[in-house]
Design a binder for this molecule. Structure first.
Ligand SMILES: [Zn+2]
Length: 262
């Protein structure tokens, strides 16, 4: 008798729990019930770009934002806005990281850039294959992002495209140091990021976001109009590690793309 009462109590408790779960659980509680390791974001499959906004509450901008990146850089308005003025200097030392999404180089004391009268310090740069931004609908095989931050948390990112062509010596040293799987390696050479800038200073500028979760809309974007070059072998070396690490282009919505006049 005792057993059966206990069992029936347990059953009603279970039934209540089920009802509660079905009808009154807020979405946060559903999050908590997910497995300890929910789908991590990725560039395809379950954690792919169209799902980023659902993977974590802080990723909301990925699906609801109206100023997302990357975009197609087309129909730009030529304007007398500043081209970026990087004051990058060779960084002595740093860390090359394979974070499972890209190869990233963390630098300190690599200088920075001024934009709209504000100073930004270079924090890191990393690569995408193919390019995330497109120019008139066209992808380049590689795009590097130089991520800068101001003291008050604003971000300014400079993108440089790579077309297939002459080998880029600066890439060789980074590729040679980059771990083949997730991990870090110390940089034993000077990183001269200025060598990645094309000679022509013409650039696209627009307001956008991080191109990876949480897709925060805090980025002043500059994408250099002229590409650098990387050899077919250099591009293949990166794409063998990351066959596709580019978010699809996002709607422009109510934004303008400006192109510097010089
Ligand atoms: Zn990036």
């Amino acid at each position: 008798m005792t057993v059966s009462i206990r069992a029936s109590l347990m059953l009603s408790a279970l039934a209540m729990a089920a009802l509660t779960a079905a009808f009154v659980d807020p979405p946060e509680a559903d999050e908590a019930k997910k497995p300890a390791h929910p789908a991590h974001w990725s560039y395809g499959g379950e954690g792919g770009p169209e799902r980023w906004g659902e993977l974590a509450p802080e990723n909301k901008s990925c699906s609801t934002g109206a100023q997302q990146s990357p975009i197609d850089l087309a129909g730009a308005l030529t304007a007398s806005v500043d081209a970026p003025h990087p004051h990058w200097v060779p960084a002595h030392g740093g860390t090359v990281i394979n974070n499972g999404h890209t190869i990233q180089v963390d630098v300190s004391n690599g200088g920075g850039m001024a934009l709209n009268g504000k100073d930004y310090a270079l924090k890191q740069f990393h690569f995408h294959h193919p390019s995330e931004h497109t120019i008139d609908g066209k992808h380049f095989p590689l795009e590097v992002h130089f991520v800068h931050a101001s003291n008050d948390g604003d971000l300014a990112v400079v993108g440089v495209m790579f077309a297939e062509g002459a080998s880029n010596p600066s890439l060789d040293a980074i590729w040679a140091t980059a771990p083949g799987r997730e991990g870090k390696a110390a940089v034993a050479f000077d990183i001269d990021v200025a060598k990645f800038l094309p000679a022509k200073s013409e650039a696209y500028r627009y307001e956008g976001s991080l191109t990876t979760p949480p897709c925060s809309e805090t980025v002043h974007w500059t994408v250099m109009a002229a590409p650098q070059t990387a050899s077919a072998g250099q591009i293949a070396a990166f794409s063998s590690l990351f066959p596709w690490n580019a978010r699809p282009v996002q709607p422009l919505n109510r934004r303008y793309v400006l192109k510097t006049s010089g």
